[in-house]
Design a protein around this ligand. Structure first.
Ligand SMILES: CC(C)(COP(=O)(O)OP(=O)(O)OC[C@H]1O[C@@H](n2cnc3c(N)ncnc32)[C@H](O)[C@@H]1OP(=O)(O)O)[C@@H](O)C(=O)NCCC(=O)NCCS
Length: 359
């Protein structure tokens, strides 16, 4: 955690408040090593009233990697206001503080996960991106491949797991040390498939008190990753009627597989987003559009996109809908294409945030 802007006591006070409000006093620091661990880049915001911690949140600068572009973002989490101070505007203020700082440090977007998105939607956050969830249950699990060669992951597997992760074209950028730290979070089951002495697939389920029964990060071909899913079902089906598996929209083979075995599934949103720095966002559009199209920041919440056919000014939510609408809805991108006079084949982008990266 950065020590430059906050002293340790404030960070500990923030962490205490988060654990009181979000975990009924149970500790949560170990679940988020990239935010609360030593020597990491996490930030914690805290508002005090009458000298007492009242509202807090955490945020972390990250880069979304996609084939079309790299997007600097801030992931925001653990938003919490003390029960007797709720409804006084503090939650709104702490989020504004985090997103304004993130934008000034170059984040094109702030992103967060919300159990109940309505509070965030009322504060200018919009649904962003796509995530498909399939149900693993007794009606289809017998069709999964046998878990041959699958075993519980060991500490020494971290480098191989990271290598499989880093080969993914769509991911959040992270180092091997960061993957290693996150593999140590409590209450997570990690299994690997080994073949000829090599780790060729892995899958992670559960993550502290979040994502229980959810297989939220995995890698490998279907032949190598699905046996890991099969093993997680085998090991948990006596306590759980069903498991869930998160799948990025870009994983066509996995989606085709789950459709083929008639697994129940639904396409939902990836997360909630709020526009950050328009300079950073213009650079994202420059990367994701052809050479004859350019984007410039024309204000704190507008960018101008210019192509052979003309210029379109996009504002706030329009920017997010052109870049990465929920469920791949291309309507705003189509309008941009018409106005700039050329096809934008790389838009919308399809980023994904695997479970270990959630904060
Ligand atoms: C959600 C939370 C952070 C809001 O903090 P806060 O300091 O009360 O926020 P504000 O005072 O800025 O906003 C409160 C307003 O949102 C409303 N609100 C609270 N929760 C809401 C929800 N789930 N959906 C819609 N509106 C909600 C309140 O009624 C209040 O409305 P009002 O201003 O018209 O009276 C706080 O309620 C909290 O800590 N909740 C428990 C932890 C939690 O759910 N955190 C989110 C984890 S991602």
């Amino acid at each position: 955690m950065t020590r430059s802007t906050h002293n340790k006591t404030r960070e500990e006070a923030a962490l205490d408040l988060m654990s009181q409000v979000l975990r009924e006093g149970r500790p949560l620091a170990a679940e988020y090593p990239l935010v609360f661990g030593e020597d990491t880049q996490g930030h914690v915001e805290l508002i005090e009233t009458e000298g007492e911690p009242a509202s807090t949140c955490a945020w972390l600068e990250r880069t979304l990697i996609t084939p079309a572009c790299e997007v600097p973002v801030a992931l925001v989490g653990s938003v919490a206001t003390r029960a007797d101070r709720q409804g006084q505007g503090l939650g709104t203020a702490i989020l504004d503080r985090a997103t304004t700082k993130a934008a000034s440090e170059g984040a094109a977007l702030s992103l967060l996960w919300a159990d109940d998105p309505s509070w965030y939607q009322e504060r200018g956050w919009v649904p962003f991106g796509t995530e498909t969830i399939y149900v693993i249950d007794g009606t289809m699990a017998f069709l999964l491949p046998e878990p041959d060669g699958v075993r519980a992951a060991r500490a020494e597997d971290a480098a191989a797991i990271h290598q499989l992760y880093a080969n993914r074209p769509v991911r959040v950028d992270r180092s091997e040390d960061e993957t290693r730290a996150m593999l140590g979070v409590p209450a997570m089951q990690v299994v690997v498939k080994e073949q000829g002495g090599q780790i060729v697939g892995y899958a992670c389920m559960g993550r502290g008190e979040d994502l229980q029964q959810v297989i939220h990060e995995w890698a490998g071909t279907p032949q190598d990753a699905l046996p890991c899913v099969s093993e997680l079902w085998r090991a948990n089906s006596d306590q759980a009627e069903r498991l869930f598996m998160m799948i990025p929209p870009t994983e066509a083979d996995f989606i085709a597989y789950f459709e083929f075995v008639k697994a129940r599934g639904a396409s939902g949103i990836l997360c909630m987003a709020r526009l950050g720095s328009t300079e950073a966002m213009a650079r994202v559009f420059d990367q994701a559009t052809p050479d004859n199209v350019s984007a410039t920041a024309s204000g704190p919440d507008t960018i101008d996109v210019t192509g052979p056919g003309g210029t379109i000014r996009l504002t706030d939510h329009q920017i997010l809908l052109a870049l990465c609408p929920p469920r791949g809805d291309r309507r705003v991108t189509n309008v941009v294409e018409t106005d700039v006079g050329t096809e934008l084949t790389q838009l919308p982008i399809q980023p994904f945030i695997w479970g270990l990266d959630s904060i």
